[in-house]
Design a protein around this ligand. Structure first.
Ligand SMILES: CC(C)(COP(=O)(O)OP(=O)(O)OC[C@H]1O[C@@H](n2cnc3c(N)ncnc32)[C@H](O)[C@@H]1OP(=O)(O)O)[C@@H](O)C(=O)NCCC(=O)NCCS
Length: 168
């Protein structure tokens, strides 16, 4: 595989291809845990500060979003100053594109945008998303807490909350 790739801002025209890649990730890894009714809307509503795609061999190979977060996000409150944080989410890389640093490059892009805005990057990740947990820890992100979060009366999920390392 040609591992040359580009990370660029997502456009509305990318949403269908992003949703298709996300569906593949959901089948492969169970991310997201609950398949959204409208994947395009799910990707868009977490992207108030930006969203980026990785393009590999002309195809959408990955995605990440950045947002101010909402009441469902735990990490901003744990960081101590919700107004000073930006939430990284909706990170995924298509299974066939993994292991070539695409995830790292997407994270770098989202983190750079948060820092450009003088916001500290934080995130919540479902504990069973072990590849993502390994990626964040490899990038030096600090575990703030592990929380049992009730998503519905029938569903409680273990969530790990992280903050990016200080900028150097
Ligand atoms: C997590 C994910 C984005 C990683 O994508 P990727 O492009 O393969 O990641 P990278 O190649 O940039 O990995 C960089 C490093 O992260 C770590 N890492 C990534 N995936 C890993 C895995 N499955 N197991 C262990 N370590 C892993 C490794 O240290 C790796 O470095 P190495 O290849 O030198 O060992 C991808 O596995 C994925 O889409 N997972 C499902 C979606 C998900 O759970 N999202 C969580 C959103 S909160």
């Amino acid at each position: 595989m040609n591992t040359e790739n580009t990370v660029r801002p997502r456009t509305d025209d990318d949403l269908t291809a992003c949703a298709e890649a996300l569906a593949e990730v959901h089948r492969h890894d169970g991310y997201p845990v609950n398949w959204p009714e409208n994947p395009g809307d799910w990707l868009t509503r977490a992207a108030g500060l930006g969203a980026w795609v990785a393009v590999l061999d002309g195809r959408i190979a990955g995605h990440v979003a950045l947002d101010r977060g909402d009441e469902d996000d735990l990490a901003p409150g744990l960081w101590g100053d919700t107004a000073a944080t930006a939430v990284v989410s909706r990170l995924f890389v298509a299974p066939e594109a993994r292991g070539h640093g695409v995830g790292v490059r997407l994270m770098e892009r989202a983190v750079a945008e948060a820092r450009r805005r003088d916001l500290h990057p934080v995130l919540d990740v479902v504990a069973s998303d072990s590849g993502a947990v390994a990626l964040y820890e490899r990038l030096g992100w600090r575990l703030l807490a592990t929380v049992e979060q009730r998503w519905s009366p029938e569903q409680t999920v273990t969530v790990r909350c992280y903050a990016a390392p200080a900028a150097v």
